[in-house]
Design a protein around this ligand. Structure first.
Ligand code: NAP
Length: 488
């Protein structure tokens, strides 16, 4: 990839705040620097919103809500449809932009642009299928008219790991439902959100419907908005720790809340599994996004009869991965997001090894510019290891054995998280029995990938509240109103 093309793609994106349909500088002209995690070098500077800018964004959203909430569903659907088309038309440039600010290999970035576009297509179709109901009361004396209305100005807070898809997964249903928004992207990856805002405006989204405020001061900018009576909804994707803080802040105005939080996905391989399919699934569930995914397999529980072979095959596949800058040909694993991420993954591996785990492949950071960690397989990982309890968020596969189904399910459920679990078995009865017993919002059955815009994505326990995507995704941005009418 030529340095000129990289620069041109970064230069092509607005770097200012997007408020009331205009690109503007932050109060005081403040900016902050965005870095390429594969080199550690600065890519560009982006406007750094202050609390007053956040309030200006909410002013714009609140002002636009009335007219936007009354707009024709078809109009909203067509804006999303055009956005879907524009995202795909510009897939190559947008993918490069994502690789530069976030690090994932170009092929994965292209996949994420397509995934983000699909949310726009899915919700363009849902916009015109918002339904209510009409019925007679059981005693026949009343009629019940039930309608759905936009919840109102919504606050969207997104993480850096899927910088386009996490924005689209919130913005598309909010647009479809007729809600206005203030979106705050993660500071590491504002460029994808700014590019998406520009595309939505080009697709016809009216001024003030979507406002974007990148900032290095997440708390001071967002807390006043969360506590502002004009806000009606908070939709957050990020860590469980921050989710808890925002849930407490949202109590002030009793905001509607959707939370997509952290995961600690178990990956169960039974003795009757198709082992090659399990290894394929493991590579996908573990190595997509270099393990920096809420859905990443975090703990591998493999039946003792097949654990040795599974570990060997997985290690063989991990050892031939090509780690490097995501823009370079043939690279299959990019950098982690920053130095802190490398330090955290290193300390989790060191802790496991100190407690008796054995490294089959990898196990250390890679000494080169940027933030790289070697694809790693650990075996004999004891339950006391920190990485059995904490999100690894890196390319490390810890393997533990089990003897029977009860032991496997108990180990899988022994966490406060409950986003996704993966099960590999060819026994249908076992598959259904285990899927029912797992405490998670999603189960990948003989599959290492569950994300799909047409499916309800979300977690139970401390992995979150609500669902994104699927038929229920739009409900997160709709209120139900009932009108009681006496029969005369
Ligand atoms: P994070 O540290 O929780 O940050 C997420 C977002 O929240 C960022 O934009 C962050 O901005 C912002 N934030 C932090 N403190 C805030 C506050 N007090 N008020 C308002 N906003 C605040 O998470 P991350 O490191 O970006 O992302 C990784 C986490 O996201 C992992 O735990 C992963 O599992 C989870 N995740 C979950 C899903 C899902 O669908 N369940 C999907 C993707 C990621 P600052 O960085 O400026 O603080």
């Amino acid at each position: 990839m030529s340095a000129n093309r990289e620069q041109a793609v970064v230069d092509g994106v607005p770097k200012e705040l997007f408020i009331a349909g205009e690109w503007r500088a932050a109060t005081g002209g403040h900016t902050y620097e965005v870095e390429d995690p594969s080199t550690g070098k600065v890519l560009c500077a982006v406007a750094d919103a202050a609390p007053d800018d956040g309030l200006a964004a909410l002013d714009a959203a609140a002002q636009a809500q009335g007219e936007w909430g009354r707009s024709a569903p078809r109009e909203r659907g067509e804006i999303l449809r055009r956005t879907f088309e524009l995202l795909l038309e510009r897939q190559d440039d947008l993918a490069l932009l994502m690789t530069l600010e976030m690090g994932k290999p170009l092929a994965e970035a292209k996949g994420e642009i397509a995934y983000a576009a699909e949310f726009c297509r899915w919700f363009s179709e849902e916009a015109v299928r918002i339904e209510g109901s009409y019925m007679s009361s059981p005693d026949g004396r009343s009629r019940f008219l039930v309608m759905k209305q936009p919840v109102g100005p919504s606050l969207l807070v997104t993480p850096w790991n899927f910088p386009m898809a996490m924005g689209a997964r919130k913005i598309a249903p909010a647009v479809a439902a007729g809600c206005t928004m203030v979106a705050k992207p993660a500071p590491q990856t504002p460029l994808c959100m700014l590019a998406l805002a520009e595309i939505l405006a080009e697709a016809g989204l009216p001024a003030g419907v979507l406002n974007v405020v990148p900032t290095m001061q997440a708390g001071p900018v967002m807390e006043p908005l969360i506590k502002d009576p004009r806000s009606r909804k908070l939709s957050f994707t990020g860590s469980t720790g921050v989710g808890r803080i925002l849930l407490a802040q949202a109590a002030d105005q009793v905001l509607r809340v959707s939370l997509e939080l952290g995961g600690n996905a178990p990956f169960l391989v039974f003795a009757d599994a198709d082992l090659e399919a399990a290894v394929d699934g493991a590579m996908l569930a573990k190595m997509r996004n270099a393990g920096e995914a809420c859905t990443a397999a975090n703990r591998f529980y493999v039946h003792e009869d097949v654990a040795g072979e599974f570990a060997e095959r997985l290690a063989a596949r991990m050892s031939v991965l090509r780690v490097g800058r995501g823009v370079d040909d043939g690279v299959t694993v990019g950098p982690l997001i920053d130095g802190g991420a490398v330090a955290k993954v290193s300390s989790l591996v060191e802790d496991a090894v100190a407690l008796g785990a054995r490294t089959v492949v990898g196990g250390t950071p890679i000494d080169r510019p940027g933030y790289f960690f070697a694809p790693t397989v650990l075996v004999d990982v004891p339950p006391a290891a920190r990485l059995a309890r904490e999100e690894i968020f890196g390319p490390v596969a810890p393997i533990t054995t089990f003897r029977d189904e009860d032991e496997a399910v108990a180990a899988a459920n022994a966490t406060e998280f409950g986003l996704v679990a993966y099960v590999f078995t060819q026994d249908l009865d076992r598959a259904l029995r285990v899927a029912e017993r797992l405490e998670s919002g999603m189960v990948g059955l003989n599959s290492g990938l569950v994300s799909n815009p047409a499916a309800p994505f979300g977690g139970v326990k401390q992995s979150g509240l609500g669902r994104e995507g699927g038929r229920v995704g739009i409900e997160e941005f709709l209120e139900t109103k009932y009108v009681g009418i006496p029969v005369r």
